[in-house]
Design a protein around this ligand. Structure first.
Ligand code: ZN
Length: 139
């Protein structure tokens, strides 16, 4: 498996509308996409930082992983996951890390925001950090 870069950092926020002005007005980024990912029960907002992106995530249902994260965090947002871009396919990467003993949340790649193929590794196997592997199928 070859990881080329940090594709994005996933940051949970209680409200996109409340969070976006900080990133735009204080940090000077421009939000270039807002997208709902229904099967993950989230709305996302994206900002470019070099080759990496910031992905803000707002839960659209109390059962969403983002809503649960914020509840556990005392109602505040925070860094929820980090996503690495893999170059030779998410399915291949999953097979490789599983073979090495890593537990998976997603046994097979699924479609994430921005049309990426994504899969999450299990925090039990990653020393506590939620890690996403992703690949742009159009690259
Ligand atoms: Zn992500």
């Amino acid at each position: 498996m070859k990881i080329s870069h940090i594709e994005h950092v996933g940051i949970a926020v209680p409200s996109l509308e409340d969070a976006i002005p900080f990133y735009e007005n204080i940090l000077g980024f421009k939000c270039f996409a807002i997208e709902e990912v229904e099967d993950q029960k989230v709305r996302t907002a994206f900002f470019k930082v070099g080759d990496t992106k910031i992905e803000l995530l707002e839960g659209t249902s109390p059962e969403s992983a983002i809503s649960k994260f914020i509840e556990k965090n005392g109602g505040r947002g925070g860094i929820q996951h980090i996503a690495f871009a893999v170059e030779d396919g998410v399915a291949n990467a999953l097979a490789e890390v599983e073979e090495k003993g890593c537990k998976l949340i997603d046994k097979a790649p699924r479609r994430g925001a921005e049309g990426l193929n994504i899969a999450f590794l299990h925090p039990k196997s990653t020393v506590g950090t939620l890690i996403e592997l992703c690949e742009d199928p159009n690259k």
